[in-house]
Every structure is written in C-alpha cells, then in structure tokens.
Design a protein around this ligand. Structure first.
Ligand SMILES: [Zn+2]
Length: 214
C-alpha cells in the first residue's frame, strides 16, 4: 500500500479509536453495525461470496511475503507497548470477542472446560483413553515447543501441555492447538466425543467401565 494512503488510513483509524474510547453512543453504534455485518455474512450467501476478495490481498501477501508480515507484526507490537489508547482498544476488542465466543460457540466453551478439567483432575489426564496426545500438567509454567503455533503466551510458558502418544521423541502441542475449534471430536477421548460437561464425563466413564466388565 502506498505510504500516503497508509497515512490517511492511520489517521482515520486514530480518530475512530479516539471516538470509540470517549463516546459511548458511538461505541454502541459501532458494535451494532458490526453485529449486523456478522448477521449479514451468516445469512446472505451472495454477500458471503464477495468476502474472500477483500481478505484475498492480505492472505496472498501473508503467505508470500514473510518479511512484510514480520515488519507489520513488529510495528503493531511496538505500538501496543507504547500507545495506551491503542492498547486499550485492542484489549477491549479481545475481551469482546472472548465474551462472544463464550456465549455463541459451544466448541470454545468445551475447549475451556477441558482445560479446567485437566488442571483440576488427575483422573481426567491419566485414565481417559486419549487418542493422539495425552495431557501433562506441570507444577509451574514451562516452555515447550508447540508443533502447532508460536503464540506468545505459549512461548512464555504454560502449565498444561499435550504430549504425543507413542512417540519416542517428545513432541508437544499447546491446549489450543490440540483442540482446534473445527475438530474437537478428534481431541476428545475414545467414547467421549459427544460429552460436553464434567458430569457427562464421569457418567460416561462409569458406563464404559460397566460395559467393559460385563
Ligand atoms: Zn500451539
């Protein structure tokens, strides 16, 4: 993008962010517009078909120009660290999408629940018939190399890791990579694919044990 246009866009975004931070009415209107756009995307196939075009330029660049991606990330990072308005806006938007995911996306909820169960219950980690990876809980945050991502939070260390089963060389995934949003059945243990609660897990375990005995 040419620098002149970039500058104009930055200035416009700057003004928008300022208004969003200081004008609750404007903020509510922006949220509503965003919601309407999401609804339209979900309900209007014609409109949806046009969408990939707008993401296309960035996607192409992302896959073909690692230097550009690196520079863009670096500039965002330094801005995040130095610009408090920018940081607050980002935090608000992350928090909003977290709340929305929690409310609307059962897979997101399951991912979070499973994380909790693995932290709290040894039997969940140690006795369930995991498919490809087994959860391992460390006493404090440790760094492993996740095979699936380079998330900052994961790089800085987490307590729960998923170790590949049957591999002589240790191979690890972070929780989010072990349970991607689009394939949670592969991450659930054998026989637990449809379970979504801890109570359901306990019941299923008893059921399966009864069947094995009988
Ligand atoms: Zn990962």
């Amino acid at each position: 993008m040419d620098p002149e246009r970039r500058k104009k866009l930055d200035e416009r975004n700057e003004r928008r962010r300022f208004r969003i931070a200081h004008d609750p009415e404007y903020q509510a209107k922006q949220d509503e517009d965003k919601k309407q756009r999401r609804l339209r995307y979900a309900s209007d196939p014609q409109h949806r078909k046009k969408q990939p075009e707008s993401g296309h330029i960035w996607n192409t660049r992302k896959s073909q120009d690692p230097e550009y991606v690196e520079a863009r990330n670096a500039s965002k990072r330094s801005r995040y660290e130095s610009d408090i308005e920018f940081r607050r806006a980002r935090q608000r938007s992350v928090e909003k999408s977290r709340v929305r995911l929690q409310a609307e996306n059962p897979r997101y909820r399951l991912r979070k629940s499973l994380h909790q169960w693995c932290l709290k219950h040894d039997w969940v980690r140690e006795t369930l018939p995991w498919k490809t990876h087994q959860p391992v809980l460390f006493a404090s945050k440790v760094h492993k190399e996740c095979k699936g991502c380079t998330r900052v939070k994961v790089r800085e260390g987490v307590k729960l890791w998923w170790r590949k089963i049957g591999d002589r060389d240790e191979s690890w995934l972070c929780h989010a990579c072990h349970m991607p949003m689009d394939n949670h059945t592969a991450a659930m243990p054998y026989g637990y694919e449809d379970v979504t609660t801890l109570e359901g897990t306990i019941n299923r375990k008893q059921e399966l044990e009864r069947t094995a005995k009988g």
